[in-house]
Design a binder for this molecule. Structure first.
Ligand code: AMP
Ligand code: ZN
Length: 461
């Protein structure tokens, strides 16, 4: 089974062939840590976490090297530190920590590597030096610039004609540039900028541009050519185009063989974005919904299509997860079988078709319910193994069914456990009226008590 991936470079689905199957490399642009991330910011991490899981399953967990950086030096961070009168590091540590907490809540595996830009300024300076030496870059009044017309095939990822290029969102237009498309590799420090945002360089004190950060970190950790580079569709131009320009002009080899871009997460038909103000912070959403529901909702659409974020999407995700965990609970006690079903794996091999993968997962739940209805123990054990194996590929069904069904705070759980025990005691004492009263009291709170061979247990319905 080969993995097919839609390669933005080719504008086509292609069979994925790694340079070295014992060292498959994946680089994804990480967050700029200057405030709390919104749910749209987590679409790339969830999508590429699913790809990471698929690659690990295919090539072996140790064979896949996944780097997602932390951009901890950038104009917005400096602005934020200035507003708060705080050190740069205080800002970046705070928001990176919040980001890592959010990632964990979404069941996102730790990446193999998490390079921080500030730890690689030396690599960036070396790369800029090589670009200057090769006449791809020049020193202007306010910084060092990459000269876009110096690269013959600039623009081949976004397929832009140089004439269409205007300075992109993150590129500051400056009179000292030789060409409007030229972009900053190094920005000289301006008067009043804080010392902790300034580094020495052969051209003058300052800081790296955003694009060179990724080129340098990818080369430092993954090599001159990486297998897959990913990110949100908004990064295709100018960020990824500029990463290609820098890396290829220094190394003379392709920067990445496969480029993958996820579509936007929209709200009310518009991209969720800080500048539009239509953002839902994940940190806040997690107070209302389990992280697994949010992950499921993010996986419910194909990664390349826009995904409209609604309350209904979350409701649907929760209902479906309740059903999946309900099926898993029914077969939970039957162990000892190996997984036999590859429906979810196949769906993911088709350019990460997560809607089909979730449909396959639902089919496995139906099979579990059928096996449980028929009290067919070997079939139940197989269904359990299949559900867990498929769930792992998607980063779902990682909890025990009881933990899912009884989720909530610990005090709440202890109170309900005590009521269920009191009901068992009433039944043992043949006090049917009391047992019934407790059952009704719990039912009124949306809690169903289930009596089985192994005793009484409960779940939220
Ligand atoms: P930004 O905060 O705009 O720099 O975005 C950080 C990361 O989140 C980038 O990888 C973007 O591609 C991604 N991103 C931002 N907004 C959205 C959105 N609405 N949908 C999907 N990805 C997004
Ligand atoms: Zn990048």
């Amino acid at each position: 089974m080969t993995i097919q991936l839609y390669n933005t470079l080719a504008r086509a689905k292609q069979a994925f062939v790694p340079i070295d199957p014992s060292r498959v490399t994946l680089y994804v642009c990480g967050p700029t840590v200057y405030n709390y991330a919104h749910i749209g910011n987590f679409r790339p991490p969830v999508v590429f976490d699913t790809l990471f899981r698929l690659l690990r399953r295919t090539y072996g967990a140790e064979a896949v090297i996944y780097a997602r950086n932390i951009t901890d030096i950038e104009d917005k961070i400096i602005a934020r530190a200035g507003e708060e009168g705080a050190a740069i590091e205080a800002i970046t540590q705070r928001y990176a920590a919040a980001y890592f907490e959010d990632l964990a809540a979404l069941g996102i595996l730790e990446t193999t590597l998490t390079p921080w830009a500030t730890a690689h300024v030396g690599d960036m300076i070396a790369m800029i030096g090589a670009l200057v030496d090769k006449d791809h870059a020049y020193v202007a009044a306010d910084g060092v610039y990459f000269h876009v017309p110096s690269m013959a095939n600039y623009g081949r990822l976004s397929r832009r004609n140089l004439d269409d290029n205007e300075a992109g969102a993150r590129v500051e237009v400056d009179a000292g540039k030789k060409d409007p498309a030229d972009f900053a590799l190094w920005k000289f420090a301006k008067p009043g900028e804080p010392d902790d945002a300034i580094w020495d360089s052969p051209w003058g004190r300052g800081r790296p541009g955003w694009h060179i950060e990724c080129s340098a970190m990818a080369a430092a950790h993954l090599g001159e050519t990486i297998d897959i580079h990913g990110g949100g569709i908004d990064l295709q131009f100018p960020h990824h185009e500029n990463e290609i320009a820098q890396s290829e002009c220094v190394h003379g080899v392709p920067f990445a063989n496969y480029w993958m871009h996820n579509g936007f997460l929209d709200m009310a038909g518009e991209k969720m974005s800080k500048s539009l103000g239509n953002v839902v912070l994940l940190k806040e959403l997690r107070e209302a919904w389990p992280g697994e529901v949010i992950r499921f909702a993010l996986l419910s659409g194909h990664y390349r299509a826009p995904l409209e974020w609604t309350e209904d999407l979350l409701d649907q995700a929760k209902v479906t997860l309740d059903r999946l965990y309900g099926a898993l609970r029914r077969v939970w006690a039957e162990t000892g079988e190996e997984p036999t079903d590859d429906g979810v794996y196949r769906a993911l091999c088709d350019d990460l078709n997560t809607p089909n993968a979730l449909a396959e997962l639902a089919r496995l739940a139906t099979e579990a319910n059928t096996a449980a209805d028929q009290k067919d123990a070997p079939a139940m054990a197989r269904a359990r193994a299949n559900l867990l194996d498929a769930g792992e590929l998607l980063g779902l069904l990682g909890q025990e069914p009881a933990a899912w069904e009884q989720r909530g705070d610990a005090g709440e759980k202890a109170r309900i456990d005590a009521l269920v025990e009191a009901r068992v005691a009433a039944r043992v004492a043949r006090d049917w009226a009391e047992a019934d009263r407790i059952r009704k009291e719990l039912a009124a709170e949306g809690i169903e008590v289930m009596d089985g061979a192994g005793g009484s247990t409960w779940r939220r319905v």
